[in-house]
Write a protein that binds this ligand. Structure first.
Ligand SMILES: *[C@@H]1O[C@H](CO)[C@@H](O)[C@H](O)[C@H]1NC(C)=O
Ligand SMILES: *[C@@H]1O[C@H](CO)[C@@H](O)[C@H](O)[C@H]1NC(C)=O
Ligand SMILES: *[C@@H]1O[C@H](CO)[C@@H](O)[C@H](O)[C@H]1NC(C)=O
Ligand SMILES: *[C@@H]1O[C@H](CO)[C@@H](O)[C@H](O)[C@H]1NC(C)=O
Ligand SMILES: *[C@@H]1O[C@H](CO)[C@@H](O)[C@H](O)[C@H]1NC(C)=O
Ligand SMILES: *[C@@H]1O[C@H](CO)[C@@H](O)[C@H](O)[C@H]1NC(C)=O
Ligand SMILES: *[C@@H]1O[C@H](CO)[C@@H](O)[C@H](O)[C@H]1NC(C)=O
Length: 650
C-alpha cells in the first residue's frame, strides 16, 4: 500500500509528463509543427491522425481518378507492357477496384496505397500527388552511387558525403545520432541482407516510378548531379531520399574507407518538411490536405475574378515534364565540384554553356526545358554565337536529370540544330478519342473557342502536310480505331505540333553544327520533352548518345519517359469546364482534397515505326560508361571524359 505522501510525490512527477504525452497523443501534428526536420515516426503519427473517410475515397478514386484515366493514352498498353518494359505491367481498373474495396484505418493508408499503385505504373506523366502525404521527404545521410574503382564496379556511399550533408545544416545533422561522417566513400557490401545491386533493383521497382524502363529507374535510385533552375544541385536519389516517411532507418553492411573489415550500420532517415506551415492537426489539414482555390480547374471563358480583372486566357504552351518532388527542397552540389570553366553567356537560365579547354568542344548543360519560354531560345542563340566565334566544332549536350518541360522547346532545339530545311522537327501525335473527349471538341467548336482557351481545339495542331488546322475542325470525327493488347480503343486523327508559330528568334535554315559532331550524355533520367528531343536526335540524325551509371550488366534506355503532352488535373478540369461539360456524367468531379492526378494526354508516334508510341520503342545508347570517383558528382570532369571518349583527342 502506498501512503498518501508517496502517491502525492509520484503524481507530482508523473502528472506533467502525462499531460504532455496525452496532448501529443491528441495532437501529434503539434509535436512536429514548425520544424523542417523531424523523425519519420513522428511525422507519420501526424499523417495518420486523420481517420479513413469513405466520402473522400469515393471523391478521389471513383469520381476523379477513375474518370481521368479515360484520357490516359497508355491505359491498355499496361495490360501487357512489351519487353523490355514488362515490369511496368498492371491492370489499372482492377487496381482501382482493389483500392475501392480495401479496408483502411486512416486516410493516409488509402491515399498512400493509391500513391504507390499509380507511382508503380512508372509513367512520370501519370501520377497521383496527394499534397498532404507528399509534404515530407525522408533523407538518410547515406546516398549511394555505383562507381568503377580499380576496374571493378560497386555500390558506394557517396564519397562527398561530408561536404554534401553539411549543406543541409545542423537542424538536420543534429538529429542523426550515429557517426555518419566516417561512411563517406564506404563500400556497400549488403543492404537489408541483400546484394546492394539487388536492393537497388528493389527500390527501382517499388519506390522510384516515373520511368517505364527499369534501368533508368536504377539510376534514379543513385545520387546524381543536376541543375535545379540555374543552380547546381545534388539529388539524394530514391534510396536515400524517397518521398514520404514510410521508413525509419536502413541497415547496411559496409567497409568504411581505409578499413578492410565489413561492419553493420543502421542509418536513420530524417523527414524533411516541404509543405505549407501549420501549428496543429487542424491547420495541417486545412493548409496541406483540404482542397484550396488552386486545386481544381476553372472555366476560361469567365474572366479571372479578382481586384484587377485578369486578361483573357492567352495561348498556353503544351508541357511534357515529370514532377520530381525532390526539387522542392533541393540541396546544392558542394561548390568544389561545380564546373570551374567560365559560363558562356547567360548564367541565370535553366541552361548553361561552356567551352572545354582547347576550344574544340562546346557544352550545353540543359537542366530542363522549363523556365522562361523565350529566354531559353535567346540563350541558345547566344550560346551558338559564342561557339561559332570561338570556332568550336564539336558539341556535348548534357541531359542528366532533365525532367522535360515545354514540348516546343525540345522541338525548337532540334530545329535550331538541324535547320528549318530539315522539315517538321517533331512527331506525329494523337490524343485519346473517348466519348467525353469527343464531346469536348464538339462543344468547343459550337462555342467558337480556339487555342487561347483550350488545348483540345484543332488550331493547336497542324495537318500532316504542315498546314495549321482551323479551330473549328473536328479531328475526332471520325475517330481512328486501334487495338492494343487485344482491347479496342480509339484515338483522334493524327496531327503535327505547331511549334514553329512560337519561335521567338530567327531560325537558321541549315544545320548549326555538323550533326555527326554532336553527342548527348546523360544518366538516362531524361524525361518527357527531354526524351522526345533525344529520340529525335537519335532517330533522325544518329547522334551519339552515351549513358553513364546504371547496374553493371543491365541495360539502360537513353530516353526515360517518352510520353508526350501531360495534362495536370487542373488542365483537364479546365478543359471540361470551359467546354460547359462540368455536369456531364462522364466528367471527373472537383477534388475535395489538395492533390493532383496528372495524366499523359498525347502519344508521340515513333518516326521509325509509326504504329508504336516512342515510349514503347526500346532504343539503347551506343555508349555506356560507369561513373568514377572523378565523374559521378563532377560535370566538368564528365564532359572532359566524354570529349575524349566520344570525339577522341586530335
Ligand atoms: C468526410 O469528409 C467529408 C468531406 O470533406 C466531410 O464533409 C465529412 O464530415 C467527413 N466525414 C467524417 C466522418 O469526418
Ligand atoms: C467503388 O465502389 C462504389 C460503391 O460500391 C461504386 O459505386 C464505385 O463505382 C466503385 N468505384 C470504382 C473505381 O471501382
Ligand atoms: C578513400 O580515401 C582516400 C584518401 O582520402 C581517397 O583518396 C579515396 O578517394 C577515398 N575513396 C573513396 C571511395 O571515397
Ligand atoms: C489562392 O489563394 C491564395 C491565398 O489567399 C492567393 O495567394 C492566390 O493568389 C489564390 N489563387 C488563385 C488562383 O486565386
Ligand atoms: C581558346 O579561346 C580563348 C578565347 O578566345 C583564347 O584565349 C585561348 O587562347 C584559346 N585556346 C586555344 C587552345 O586555342
Ligand atoms: C560573335 O561575333 C560577331 C562578329 O564579330 C559579333 O557580332 C557577336 O556579338 C559575337 N557573339 C557573341 C555572343 O559575342
Ligand atoms: C493540307 O491538308 C489539309 C487537309 O487534308 C488540306 O485542307 C490543305 O489544303 C492541305 N494544305 C496544303 C498546303 O496542301
Amino acid at each position: 500500500m502506498w501512503s498518501f505522501a508517496q502517491l502525492a510525490v509520484a503524481f507530482a512527477f508523473v502528472a506533467p509528463l502525462a499531460v504532455a504525452a496525452s496532448s501529443a497523443a491528441r495532437d501529434p501534428c503539434a509535436a512536429v509543427a514548425g520544424k523542417d526536420f523531424v523523425l519519420p515516426a513522428d511525422a507519420l503519427s501526424c499523417l495518420k491522425s486523420f481517420p479513413f473517410n469513405e466520402t473522400l475515397r469515393q471523391n478521389v478514386l471513383t469520381n476523379n481518378v477513375a474518370r481521368v484515366f479515360d484520357f490516359f493514352t497508355f491505359e491498355f498498353y499496361y495490360l501487357d507492357s512489351p519487353a523490355p518494359f514488362q515490369e511496368s505491367t498492371a491492370n489499372i481498373r482492377a487496381e482501382l477496384a482493389r483500392i475501392n474495396t480495401t479496408h483502411y484505418e486512416t486516410d493516409y493508408d488509402f491515399s498512400w496505397d493509391l500513391y504507390l499503385t499509380i507511382t508503380q505504373l512508372n509513367d512520370g506523366h501519370t501520377r497521383w500527388f496527394p499534397s498532404c502525404y507528399n509534404a515530407y521527404q525522408n533523407l538518410a545521410p547515406a546516398p549511394i552511387v555505383s562507381l568503377e574503382i580499380d576496374g571493378v564496379q560497386g555500390v558506394y556511399i557517396v564519397p562527398d558525403l561530408v561536404e554534401f550533408i553539411h549543406l543541409l545544416g545542423t537542424d538536420y545533422t543534429d538529429l542523426i545520432k550515429i557517426d555518419w561522417e566516417r561512411l563517406a566513400g564506404a563500400k556497400v557490401v549488403s543492404i537489408e541482407g541483400q546484394d546492394p545491386y539487388d536492393y537497388v533493383d528493389f527500390v527501382a521497382k517499388t519506390v522510384s516510378g516515373n520511368y517505364l524502363d527499369h534501368g533508368v529507374r536504377v539510376n534514379s535510385v543513385f545520387s546524381s548531379y543536376r541543375l535545379v533552375d540555374a543552380d547546381y544541385s545534388q539529388r539524394f536519389g530514391d534510396f536515400a531520399g524517397p518521398t514520404g516517411v514510410a521508413q525509419n532507418s536502413i541497415t547496411m553492411e559496409v567497409i568504411v574507407n581505409g578499413s578492410n573489415k565489413a561492419e553493420v550500420v543502421t542509418v536513420p532517415y530524417i523527414a524533411n518538411f516541404a509543405g505549407v506551415a501549420f501549428t496543429d492537426r487542424e491547420s495541417f489539414w486545412v493548409n496541406n490536405c483540404a482542397a484550396n482555390n488552386e486545386t481544381n480547374g476553372v472555366d476560361f471563358k469567365n474572366p479571372t475574378p479578382g481586384p484587377t480583372p485578369g486578361p483573357l486566357q492567352k495561348r498556353r504552351q503544351p508541357m511534357a515534364k515529370i514532377i520530381d518532388l525532390s526539387t522542392s527542397n533541393a540541396f546544392g552540389l558542394p561548390p568544389q565540384f561545380e564546373p570551374t570553366l567560365p559560363v558562356q553567356g547567360d548564367n541565370e537560365g535553366i541552361m548553361k554553356a561552356y567551352i572545354l579547354p582547347g576550344n574544340e568542344t562546346g557544352v550545353l548543360f540543359i537542366g530542363s526545358f522549363e523556365g522562361d519560354f523565350d529566354t531559353f531560345q535567346t540563350d541558345i542563340v547566344t550560346a551558338f554565337s559564342i561557339f561559332k566565334n570561338a570556332s568550336v566544332s564539336q558539341l556535348i549536350i548534357d541531359l542528366t536529370d532533365n525532367g522535360g518541360g515545354f514540348v516546343c522547346l525540345g522541338q525548337f532545339l532540334h530545329a535550331y540544330l538541324a535547320g528549318t530545311n530539315f522539315g517538321y522537327p517533331g512527331f506525329q501525335s494523337t490524343n485519346r478519342a473517348n466519348p467525353l473527349a469527343q464531346k469536348i471538341v464538339a462543344s468547343d467548336i459550337k462555342l467558337g473557342l480556339n487555342s487561347d482557351f483550350s488545348f483540345y481545339t484543332a488550331d493547336n495542331w497542324a495537318f500532316l502536310n504542315g498546314t495549321q488546322m482551323p479551330s473549328d475542325f473536328d479531328y475526332m470525327v471520325p475517330d481512328v480505331p486501334i487495338v492494343i493488347n487485344g482491347r479496342a480503343d480509339a484515338t483522334s486523327q493524327r496531327f503535327h505540333d505547331t511549334c514553329e508559330l512560337t519561335y521567338a528568334v530567327p531560325m537558321p535554315a541549315t544545320p548549326q553544327f555538323d550533326l555527326t559532331k554532336v553527342a548527348i550524355v546523360s544518366n538516362g533520367n531524361c524525361a518527357s520533352t527531354c526524351a522526345m528531343f533525344s529520340t529525335l536526335m537519335f532517330e533522325r540524325h544518329h547522334t551519339k548518345v552515351a549513358v553513364f551509371g546504371g547496374k553493371p550488366g543491365e541495360n539502360v534506355e537513353y530516353k526515360g519517359m517518352a510520353g508526350n503532352q501531360v495534362l495536370e488535373w487542373t488542365d483537364i478540369d479546365s478543359e471540361i469546364k470551359t467546354a460547359n461539360l462540368e455536369d456531364d456524367p462522364l466528367a471527373p468531379v472537383d477534388l475535395l482534397v489538395s492533390g493532383n492526378f496528372r495524366h499523359n494526354w498525347r502519344t508521340a508516334w515513333s518516326f521509325l515505326d509509326e504504329t508504336l508510341p516512342i515510349a514503347y520503342v526500346s532504343e539503347l545508347p551506343q555508349f555506356r560508361f560507369p561513373y568514377t570517383l572523378d565523374t559521378y558528382n563532377n560535370p566538368q570532369n564528365l564532359w572532359l571524359f566524354a570529349e575524349q571518349e566520344l570525339f577522341g583527342r586530335k
